[in-house]
Design a protein around this ligand. Sequence first.
Ligand SMILES: C[S@@+](CC[C@H](N)C(=O)[O-])C[C@H]1O[C@@H](n2cnc3c(N)ncnc32)[C@H](O)[C@@H]1O
Length: 249
Amino acid sequence: MPTTPPEDWYEVAFGDLYNVIYAHRSVEAAAPEALFAAQVLDLKPGERVLDLCCGNGRHLVHLSRITRHATGLDYSRALLQRARRALGDRARLVRADMRAVPFTHEFHAVTNFFTSFGYFQNDSENMQVIAETARALKPGGRVFIDYVNPTFVRDTLEAHTARNAGEYEIEECRWIDEEAKRINKSTRISRNGTLVQELGESVRLYDQQELLSLLAQAGFAADYCYGNYTGVPISADEPRMIFKATKCR
Ligand SMILES: C[S@@+](CC[C@H](N)C(=O)[O-])C[C@H]1O[C@@H](n2cnc3c(N)ncnc32)[C@H](O)[C@@H]1O
């Protein structure tokens, strides 16, 4: 089994090669996701929206067409540079840690796409992210969280895959640490047979009830839960757990 990712894996995993590994996660692929989120959130022109962990800005490209007041927050300098190139001056971009969101009561809505949650070793730090989301929102603000479905992950886990992406060969190993309740991944990126970089990822596998409980602790009332971007309910057959909740206090 490959080495367990270090606790601070997220500080290195989202560098220049991230867009090679996840090339299929493009601006085009993000369009229906951003539109679904905007619809579920009932996002109106003129409202302020924060994409928490915006990455290369692929959802912001679409959200910024709905409202002129779109902001992206991310920790990765490399991905924020890409976001700036994709967005020009159509969105405000901020480099910060999701555990310390530098906004208070500023946004009508917050989005969090593609499993950008559960990264920290301690549950209290993951809870802090939800609490910071609540603080960034105005009273009555809405949040949209697109998170992995742990049941689906356990049922469909491919322990080892290998593929080519452009000039790179990518080998991925995935395993579940049931004691820590985490899905771990080790990715080896090579070019012409020579290892270029090895990256780890590790995400806490919260189940639906646990996530609803975290939201409730932060003062959110959950309005809807979906299993994918067509709006079907969460079930063992669906890959995602998508939550829409409203800040009540
Ligand atoms: C799986 S990616 C998703 C990015 C984007 N939402 C998308 O769908 O393409 C997770 C994002 O979280 C960001 N991230 C990781 N750790 C972070 C932290 N501590 N604070 C803020 N952003 C972080 C990464 O840089 C990366 O852009």
